[in-house]
Design a protein around this ligand. Structure first.
Ligand code: GN1
Ligand code: MG
Length: 382
């Protein structure tokens, strides 16, 4: 399918008064295929860059539901931006409609495609380039959650069932162990023992949601640092992207997954585990940004559980990579054999490091929430 990719033809199915000029693949996500496509206004010669994505329909079994969620949420987000900030320009994704009037184009040959306007003068990073930008990312993801508090979560489709149900993720790992489909079980004994020793703790967030101790919110669920766009001039995090997994969930999922990816000192597949740590200062700064972005939304219980959120999301991601390694790399995109095992190892190393730093991680969220609560109450911050 890849070699026969005809972007000129794919782009012609969207209702845009523009003509195709060129495209380049963007290799960052592990699930969908993403392209920067240059479309030209034939009257003026002006370039209108778009992002085109082919949805991985093995992962997102119902891509119509994915797009329904995304359109609903982005429309709501726009109205909140207008109400709170006066404009939504460059702050939310804007999707193109096809000539049939739907926000996607599909065919048996090309697959399932969507297109959105490239947000000009922005950049995404695979690793947080500075503490300030990680603080900014925290604020953006926190604000994202706050603007969606009044979104009717019952209208959302569950695009991937049990996506952050760490309990069922452990079940999937155990099934993969039993099946040993790729014959790799012997490579992973140490990682497996480490993960299974933490299985009981992995259910704590799920249990807190089910018992009503913490609320279900509309969450992003994939808050990897490369899923937020930064303004190249101001370094502000202005637009949250990759909206495929927006579903009801715990605020701790969004907080935790961002820490997992952005507070790590190394790449997800770093082979030398001595290089992999959770940077405590980055943890602190993201916490500060997230608390600032959510204003006074989070409950005391949620705030208290934030360090656990970081650990749980990292453990979950570790066992997801491990499961995929055992299954023969069928879910996450890999560039080389063994990449999923390296990814699993970095995540589990981060879990160990978080356990060692847990005493220090605790307290930041409480501290910032008190500070910001006072500043919001006095009207100093809005
Ligand atoms: C995937 O698509 P991407 O790269 O933003 C995955 C996340 C994982 C992440 C690990 C739908 O995210 O859950 O945390 O890889 N997305 C899905 O890098 O499974
Ligand atoms: Mg992504």
């Amino acid at each position: 399918m890849k070699s026969s990719l005809n972007m000129a033809s794919i782009s012609s199915h969207f209702d845009l008064p523009l003509v195709y000029e060129s495209h380049a693949e963007i290799h960052s996500g592990l699930i969908n295929q993403t392209y920067l496509v240059h479309l030209i206004d034939p009257a003026t010669g002006e370039d209108h860059p778009y992002i085109f994505q082919r949805i991985n329909t093995n992962v997102f079994r119902n891509p119509y539901h994915v797009m329904e969620n995304i359109i609903g949420v982005t429309e709501h987000f726009k109205s909140r931006l207008i109400a709170e900030e006066g404009s939504w320009h460059r702050r939310v994704l804007s999707f193109a409609l096809s000539k049939e009037g739907v926000p996607y184009y599909e065919s048996a040959e090309d697959g399932f495609w969507r297109a959105y306007e490239f947000v000009d003068k922005t950049v995404a990073y695979n690793a947080a380039p500075s503490g300030d930008r990680f603080f900014q990312a925290g604020k953006a993801f926190g604000t994202f959650q706050r603007y969606l508090t009044d979104y009717d979560a019952t209208t959302l489709h569950e695009t991937i069932p049990n996506f952050h149900n760490t309990v069922t993720r452990f079940e999937a790992l155990k099934t993969a162990v039993q099946e040993n489909r790729a014959g790799r079980l012997n490579d992973v004994q140490r990682e497996l023992n480490f993960a299974l020793a933490r299985e009981a703790d992995a259910g704590l967030i799920v249990k807190a949601l089910e018992s009503g101790e913490i609320p279900y919110r509309v969450t992003h669920n994939d808050t990897k640092i490369n899923n937020v766009l930064f303004d190249v001039d101001t370094d502000e995090a202005i637009c949250v992207i990759d909206l495929d997994t927006i579903m009801p969930g715990a605020a701790l999922y969004d907080f935790g997954d961002a820490i997992r990816s952005g507070a790590s000192t190394a790449a997800e597949d770093e082979p030398n585990l001595d290089n992999v740590e959770m940077n405590l200062n980055m943890y602190r700064l993201f916490t500060k940004g997230f608390i600032k972005g959510t204003h006074t939304l989070l409950s005391e219980k949620e705030i208290m559980m934030m360090p656990l959120g970081a650990k749980t999301m990292t453990l979950e991601c570790g066992i997801r990579f491990l499961t995929d390694y055992l299954n023969g790399d069928t879910y996450f995109h890999t560039d080389y054999s063994g990449q999923n095992l390296l990814r699993a190892r970095t995540q589990l190393k981060l879990v160990a490091d978080m356990e060692a730093k847990m005493g220090q991680m605790k307290g930041y969220a409480e501290q910032y929430s008190e500070q910001y609560a006072t500043r919001f109450a006095s009207g100093e911050l809005k």
